[in-house]
Design a binder for this molecule. Structure first.
Ligand SMILES: *[C@@H]1O[C@H](CO)[C@@H](O)[C@H](O)[C@H]1NC(C)=O
Ligand SMILES: *[C@@H]1O[C@H](CO)[C@@H](O)[C@H](O)[C@H]1NC(C)=O
Ligand SMILES: *[C@@H]1O[C@H](CO)[C@@H](O)[C@H](O)[C@H]1NC(C)=O
Ligand SMILES: *[C@@H]1O[C@H](CO)[C@@H](O)[C@H](O)[C@H]1NC(C)=O
Length: 667
């Protein structure tokens, strides 16, 4: 009796005291209304704010933040007893706050794992839990409930706003778009996970029924009676004796602030309810701010109304044209465009002015009011400050590049989460539209050869003729634009680099386009003049053959392999674009196809330099005779003894692979 009383006393004390503390006696259950003094193990970007808010990620990209309860939870996997030892129940309140609307990270995963060591896991779509080789393996013993804000088709994701049950990998065994059931009206209402608003998630597993229920709701309503996901699943093969519970959250090319406000867990009964009013407020959201006396509140309200009325027009105007300018940008004055001028030029970025949408963002056509000059404005979303200074320095440097076969970059403008790049307008659009769509007239061989030669000259200028080495990093037909005279001009140089900044050097993250990526790139992750030459080779073949480097429809036929096959059959002209109907200069066609193969050599240093390519195209040097039975083109490798390299000392020294030097040499 005495012990019972003492226990009761203890419980009352606990209830009365306002300490957000775990039940010290029982590590299989805890509740945190805010995480002050919480027993958590944090890693990556995870931090606990002084008000008790747990922040898993910030807006840096390619990051992971994790928080696990410090002690392992004991699950009885061997001898099922009356107390349903695999059952558990948990609920938590989370919020995901995008820096820019609809631009999110990869979400949050509630995780049960045998280990807290995730050093081998990768960020992005693997959410800091798996990597490409262990994803899906039964040996992982990981159960995760994902709040997924990115759609990855390879995992069968249904959309970029769903809740899923993941067993040992990122492919969900069950998922549903985020929504909740209202008991009052009896209907389902959609929720946007990335809205920035706090939301409540309950996860309950009942071992006897082998039923896993996941229930979502906004924080203002109690737990709905109907779960979002309800799945029969036997966890006996998944959970081990000793498991850690916690959260993992990852950012990718885009990022958001992901938070956990409170968390309750119980392994031997329903988890306690969180006290929503006691949860820490989110930064700059205004929620949970102390309400002042009513008089002050109404005074403030009156003042606000006055300010709003008198200043509305002004404020509206200002916000509309808001942009970011920092001190260090002063020196770039002439390259800096005001957002207002670009907004005007493009008629407010109207859809009718949209020229196209590339890998980096939408491109709009515009006319500058001040000069009547036609421009193209590319809007690139860029959430991070990382590397921005270097990148702007580079843009300005690139603005100084001038060549008749480059699309002139005129300048830039920065806004929150966005970079706008201003280019010369190219009236004929991109080359791939001529090659593959029937809307545009077919290009004849004379035009094609001139485009190839022009692009080669532009790339040679970037590699060797300017004061520093500049890499393009993404040579391809859709990055070649045609001016009024149908001259080919290379665009988008160096943009790929923007996406290289801020990435983890340990993950070999390759920027570029499949089919144009040199084989060594996936190994080293380092772009060089030689990897640009590889992409240029793929481009030449593309123009001559009228086919994409990898034809996805035709079972992934690789163009280079096919051309080298034609060459081995001593019928290289079979590879020429049938739409030319044989109307081409045979010697030029052969030349282009062969140079394309040389550029595709597996060994980077065996490829010709752009100067050598130029000399060959201009007829200032002759291609050597290559025997048809030798390994040539992509099949040649450093291992085969008789492989053909490009050993022909034309005029300049043999090829050397150079990385670009803009960043290294500074300004
Ligand atoms: C995000 O967090 C990491 C690690 O705490 C820090 O290095 C980085 O500067 C932060 N980024 C931003 C944008 O706050
Ligand atoms: C954000 O996404 C939602 C749903 O995916 C869509 O309805 C909304 O228009 C988007 N907002 C913006 C600014 O793109
Ligand atoms: C994936 O993770 C496992 C450990 O879980 C590790 O052994 C393996 O080397 C990792 N693979 C890669 C490609 O990082
Ligand atoms: C779950 O699976 C284990 C072994 O695979 C089995 O012994 C157990 O009976 C199963 N539980 C239920 C409730 O079916």
């Amino acid at each position: 009796m005495a012990t019972l009383l003492r226990a009761l006393h203890f419980l009352i004390l606990l209830y009365v005291s306002n300490i957000p503390l775990a039940f010290a006696q029982d590590e299989n259950q805890f509740i945190y209304n805010g995480f002050k003094q919480a027993k958590l193990h944090l890693d990556g970007t995870a931090v606990i704010h002084s008000n008790g808010l747990l922040q898993l990620t910030n807006i840096s990209y390619q990051q992971v933040g994790r928080a696990f309860y410090q002690f392992p939870i004991k699950f009885n996997t061997t001898s099922p007893t009356l107390t349903s030892s695999l059952s558990f129940s948990t609920n938590f309140v989370f919020a995901m706050v995008p820096q820019v609307q609809n631009f999110s990270g990869h979400g949050i995963a509630f995780t049960i794992s045998p280990t807290r060591d995730f050093t081998h896991a990768t960020t992005n779509k693997y959410m800091g839990l798996f990597n490409s080789s262990n994803n899906g393996l039964p040996g992982n013993h990981i159960l995760a409930i994902e709040l997924d804000t990115a759609a990855n088709p390879e995992f069968g994701d249904i959309d970029k706003n769903h809740v899923g049950i993941d067993v040992n990998g990122m492919k969900s065994v069950e998922s549903a778009p985020a929504k909740y059931f209202t008991d009052k009206e009896g209907k389902n209402i959609s929720l946007e996970l990335m809205s920035g608003n706090p939301m409540h998630l309950w996860i309950d597993y009942n071992e006897a029924e082998t039923l896993l229920n996941v229930t979502l709701a906004p924080t203002r309503i109690p737990k709905p009676s109907r779960p979002l996901l309800s799945r029969h699943i036997n966890l006996s093969q998944i959970l081990l004796e000793s498991m850690y519970v916690g959260f993992s959250s990852a950012t990718g090319q885009l990022a958001s602030y992901n938070y956990i406000l409170g968390w309750s867990f119980n392994q031997s009964g329903p988890s306690q309810s969180l006290e929503i009013s006691r949860l820490p407020p989110l930064p700059r959201q205004g929620k949970g701010a102390k309400p002042g006396p009513e008089i002050i509140t109404s005074l403030i309200a009156v003042a606000l109304v006055l300010i709003t009325v008198t200043g509305a027009a002004y404020i509206l105007r200002r916000n509309k044209y808001e942009e970011i300018r920092e001190d260090w940008e002063e020196e770039y004055g002439t390259h800096r465009f005001s957002y207002k001028s670009l907004h005007k030029a493009t008629k407010g970025f109207k859809d009718t002015e949209l020229l196209g949408e590339g890998g980096f963002g939408k491109v709009y056509m515009g006319i500058l009011a001040s000069s009547n000059v036609q421009i193209a404005v590319k809007r690139v979303s860029h959430d991070s400050k990382q590397g921005m200074k270097e990148f702007v320095a580079e843009i300005v440097t690139m603005g100084r590049l001038r060549h008749r076969n480059l699309v002139q970059l005129l300048g830039y403008c920065r806004r929150r989460g966005e970079l706008l790049l201003v280019y010369d307008y190219m009236p004929n659009g991109s080359l791939d539209k001529f090659l593959y769509s029937n809307e545009n007239p077919n290009l004849n061989w004379f035009q094609r050869f001139r485009i190839i030669r022009g692009v080669a000259a532009g790339l040679l200028y970037l590699h060797e003729e300017w004061e520093q080495v500049v890499l393009h990093r993404d040579v391809k037909a859709s990055n070649v634009l045609l001016d009024a005279e149908l001259n080919g001009r290379l665009g988008d140089f160096g943009l790929a680099k923007l996406y290289d900044h801020g990435t983890n050097p340990q993950t070999t993250h390759v920027v570029g386009t499949v089919g144009y990526l040199a084989p060594e790139l996936s190994r080293t992750g380092k772009a060089t003049t030689c990897s640009d030459v590889f992409a240029f080779g793929a481009f030449m073949l593309e123009v001559a053959c009228g086919r994409r480097p990898i034809e996805l429809q035709a079972q992934g036929v690789i163009l280079v392999d096919w051309v080298s096959e034609c060459w081995r059959r001593e019928a290289i002209l079979d590879a020429s674009d049938p739409r030319l109907e044989g109307n081409y200069v045979v010697e030029e066609m052969k030349l282009v196809l062969k140079i394309g193969l040389f550029c595709s050599h597996a060994l980077p240093t065996a490829r010709p330099s752009m100067r050598q390519v130029m000399q060959l195209l201009d007829g200032d040097a002759d291609l050597p005779e290559v025997p048809h039975d030798s390994a040539f083109g992509p099949l040649a490798s450093s291992e085969s003894s008789d492989f053909m390299t490009f050993p022909f000392t034309l005029s300049s020294a043999p090829s050397m692979c150079t990385t670009d030097s803009i960043l290294k040499s500074g300004r």
